[in-house]
Design a protein around this ligand. Structure first.
Ligand SMILES: Cc1cc2nc3c(=O)[nH]c(=O)nc-3n(C[C@H](O)[C@H](O)[C@H](O)COP(=O)(O)O)c2cc1C
Length: 221
């Protein structure tokens, strides 16, 4: 816990940036948000951002309590945003009860963020199996060893579970997909592209899904 002196030394109230790198106009937009997201993601990769495909996923429990965590975007087909995880984890259980979720890409060095709201659908088994097979062996064994989000007695319990997975799948034996492991595609209902501008007059352009296709609108910053 920081003391009052330490808090004052941090002086959070004076920590701020003015944003002036770029602007975002209606003319810049692509006809659909996935295409435009591809463009911004490419720019995030080209700018050398650390983990440009990291996103915050927010879910809600059936009684409306929200929770957030980082995951990696692992695919971007026309349907939406793909990530992989343990389907029995907290997020997995919350999505099973309420598939509505929100994604956030915090691309600070580009003075950008992207906010997605949509509905998560579990991915088909063959897509999950193909991605699982592409993961490093250590990650595949780790998936067997970790019942994600469950309470464990200590680090030793995890180490023992990992050793058990190594013994179960020795050497180059194939590591199958654990039953509780899977992935989701989040079909967007809205996607907001945010570009920081001077004087807090940021650009916020939002795509909204309508029965006749994507509509766009500008929001006040
Ligand atoms: C940069 C980063 C990337 C991550 N990527 C994933 C991921 O792709 N899948 C995953 O299940 N957890 C990932 N995690 C761990 C999650 O943030 C989280 O701890 C875990 O999924 C359990 O979340 P839950 O208990 O809310 O379900 C990542 C964490 C960080 C910091």
């Amino acid at each position: 816990m920081a003391t009052r002196d330490e808090q004052q030394a941090m002086d959070l109230a004076s920590l701020r940036e003015d944003y002036s790198r770029a602007g975002l106009t209606e003319d810049d937009l692509a006809p659909d948000p996935i295409s435009f997201f591809h463009r911004w993601l490419r720019e995030a990769v080209e700018a050398g951002l650390h983990e440009p495909n990291a996103m915050v996923v927010s879910t809600a429990s059936p009684d409306g309590l929200p929770s957030s965590r980082m995951v990696l975007l692992k695919g971007l087909p026309a349907e939406g945003f793909v990530f992989f995880t343990n389907t029995h984890s907290r997020k997995g259980e919350e999505l099973a009860a309420n598939p509505h979720c929100a994604l956030l890409f915090p691309w600070h060095p580009l003075e950008r963020q992207v906010r997605v709201e949509g509905v998560a659908t579990p991915l088909e088994e063959d897509i999950v199996a193909a991605y699982f097979a592409s993961r490093p062996r250590g990650s595949r064994l780790g998936a067997w060893a970790s019942h994600q989000s469950r309470v464990v007695d200590g680090r030793e319990e995890l180490a023992a579970a990992y050793a058990a997975a190594e013994a179960r799948f020795p050497d180059d034996a194939p590591v199958p997909v654990p039953e509780e492991w899977g992935g989701y595609v989040v079909r967007p209902e809205s996607v907001e592209f945010w570009q920081g501008r001077p004087g807090r007059m940021h650009d916020r352009l939002v795509y909204r899904r309508t029965p006749s296709g994507w509509a766009t609108e500008r929001l006040a910053p």
